[in-house]
Structures are given as C-alpha cells and as structure tokens.
Design a protein around this ligand. Structure first.
Ligand code: NAD
Length: 314
C-alpha cells in the first residue's frame, strides 16, 4: 500500500500481538517488524519479521531502526498499573526512558510517525468520576499514572519543539482473548471469562460495584490505526486523546456472562488493586476524539461478552 516500514516495540504483549497482525494486513507482512524483550508470541510466528530488542538499549534500537529502514514506531513496551505498584522504580524507568529513547531517535531520523499509548490511569481521585473530560484536574496516584502523564507532555514537547508527529490515546481497560493481559487493574474483566468457562466461578479482586471504563480489543486496534491514519492537521490534541467505549462493574459483567452460562457465580475478595481502581474515573468523555478524527466504538457489553465466550470456547 505504501512505502512505510513499521516497528512495533512490545509486540508480544496483550495489545502488541493484535496490533501487529492488524498492521500486517494493511501494510504487508514484510513491512511490519515485531520486536520484544521476551520471545516472539506464538501467534506472530510465521506472519512476518521479528527482532529481539530492548527499548532501553538506545544504541541497539537506533541501529535496528536505521538498518531496517523504519519509518514509523508503535511503542507498546511498558510496565502496567498493578505491576508498577510492586516495583515503582522499574516502572518509572522503563515507561519514561523507553519513550524518551524512541522520541529522540524519531527526531534524529525524522521518522514519519510515532504511536505511544497513555491510559485512563493519568486520572486520579480528584478527577471527575463520571464522563471525565479531556481537560480536567489530573492528579494521578500510581507510578504508572504519573509516568503516563509525564509521557503525554513529553510527546507534546517533541511535537511542538521538534515536529515529531507522535500520537497517543488514553486507553481504558482492554478486554481480549488472544494474548494474556500484562498486569493491569482491569485484568479482572478478562480473567472472569476464563474462570467462567473453566470453573463456572470467579473470585474478583474488586468490589461488585467498581465501575471502570473498558473497551473490547477490536475497537482499540481500530481506534489506534484510525488515529495513526488520520491527516496530520486533524490531530489537534498532542498530549493524548480520551478514548471511550463502555463502562461496567464486576456485578454487571457477571450478570451478562450468566445469560450464557446460567450456573456461573461470582464472589469478591478485594485487594490492593481496588484502591487503584477507585482512584480512576468510572466513565470517560471522549467527545474530542469523536470530533477531531471521527472515533466511534462498535462493541457494547452484550456484544463483547458474546464474542469473548464464542472465541474462548474454540
Ligand atoms: P503487556 O505487558 O501485555 O505488553 C508489553 C510488552 O512489552 C511485553 O510483551 C513485554 O515483554 C514488552 N517489554 C517490556 N519491557 C521491554 C523492553 N525493555 N524492551 C522491549 N519490550 C519490552 O502490555 P499491553 O497491555 O500490551 O500494553 C501496551 C501499552 O498499552 C502499554 O503502554 C500500556 O501502558 C498501554 N495500556 C494498556 C492497557 C490495557 O488494558 N492493556 C490500558 C491502558 C494502556
């Protein structure tokens, strides 16, 4: 389709696998290079090039980008919210330095575009709980949220100061069946499907009425690609866009699963992740993304639940 050569960093992770496969369909298998610190995810095997790469090793990263003729980077390597609270120093180091390495190389090599995801974790207890707007009070309380908020302003800085076309979305919790989640607070909404099918029971680490913003992975992948393919002048938010689809509680998703598996039951044993969840908004207002580049979600809770169960049963 084009002469773009795309490098996906963190391609073996929950989003990386599906994003790499989707990009390969658009740009051609050989034009999308998957890379990760850990071994290649089996779902990517045989579908295109893979390089083993540590985003913290700037020199090696730079060499690969020149050698492979990379024109765009999707940076997905990060330490997520729940894991980050267990190792704050490492989370800060990877989430910040990884981004700065990529932005610096993008500037030097004049890459066409960079994608880097932020998260609803930028919001904290002082942000509005319902329909949290694009611009509002932002006082994150997790190291993950702090790193994402700082990262957003680095993206803004590199765009304004050096013209690096870096684009970003504040993903809500992402639900998928292909690749396992990477240690986030919204992981319960994936575990619940696996446990429902295997044991007809799930013990949830949040309370029953903990509402969180969520999205089904096909919507998230489409949002990412639509953002990246939008004309440059349409991308007016150069920190990161609020992005929203659905909001539900553990009790509500359990009720939806029960429609398919009548014997399913749930109980609740909240742990430290409840504090993280309670600091976040329950729903997000993404009007700015919808107006600027035409974002629209497709999957609601019912459609997502049906699709998850059908695919996991196979
Ligand atoms: P993940 O943990 O599943 O995947 C991250 C990948 O990065 C892993 O395969 C890991 O091996 C790799 N990695 C770690 N350190 C690396 C390094 N030094 N060099 C190269 N690769 C390295 O995470 P994910 O869920 O796919 O998330 C991807 C991005 O999206 C992250 O920035 C995350 O903060 C963001 N995000 C995810 C969610 C979600 O619900 N999954 C929500 C909001 C934001």
């Amino acid at each position: 389709m084009t002469k773009e050569k795309i490098l996906v960093i963190g391609a073996s992770g929950q989003i990386g696998v599906e994003l790499t496969l989707a990009l390969r369909k658009i740009y051609g298998e050989q034009n999308v290079i998957a890379s990760d610190l850990r071994e290649q995810n089996p779902l990517l095997q045989g579908s295109g090039p893979y390089v083993s790469l540590d985003v913290m090793n700037k020199e090696m990263l730079h060499v690969q980008i020149i050698r492979q003729g990379v024109t765009q980077i999707y940076l997905l390597a990060a330490i997520l919210s729940a894991t980050g609270e267990k190792n704050p120093a490492l989370a800060w180091h990877l989430n910040m330095q990884g981004l700065l390495n990529v932005l610096d190389i993008a500037k030097e090599e004049k890459l066409n575009k960079v994608y880097w995801p932020s998260s609803i974790a930028v919001f904290g207890p002082t942000s509005p709980k319902k329909d949290c707007p694009q611009k509002t009070i932002i006082e994150p309380i997790t190291v993950y949220g702090i790193s994402k908020y700082a990262g957003e302003f680095w993206c803004n800085y590199y765009f304004n100061k050096y013209g690096v076309d870096v684009r970003s979305l504040r993903y809500p919790g992402l639900i998928s069946y292909k690749s396992a989640p990477g240690g986030g607070t919204t992981d319960y909404a994936i575990e619940i499907f696996h446990e429902a099918l295997e044991h007809e029971h799930y013990t949830c680490f949040l309370e029953k009425d903990t509402y969180l913003p969520m999205m089904y992975m096909p919507d998230a992948i489409r949002a990412t690609i639509e953002l990246m393919e939008a004309p440059r002048e349409k991308i007016k938010e150069r920190t990161s866009y609020n992005l929203s689809a659905i909001s539900f509680s553990p009790e509500e998703i359990a009720a939806e699963i029960k429609k398919h598996i009548p014997g399913f039951s749930i109980d609740y044993k909240p742990d430290y992740r409840l504090d993280i969840a309670k600091s976040w908004p329950q729903s997000i207002d993404d009007t700015v993304a919808r107006n600027d580049w035409g974002w629209q979600h497709e999957f609601d809770l019912a459609a997502m639940t049906t699709d998850m169960l059908e695919n996991l049963k196979q």
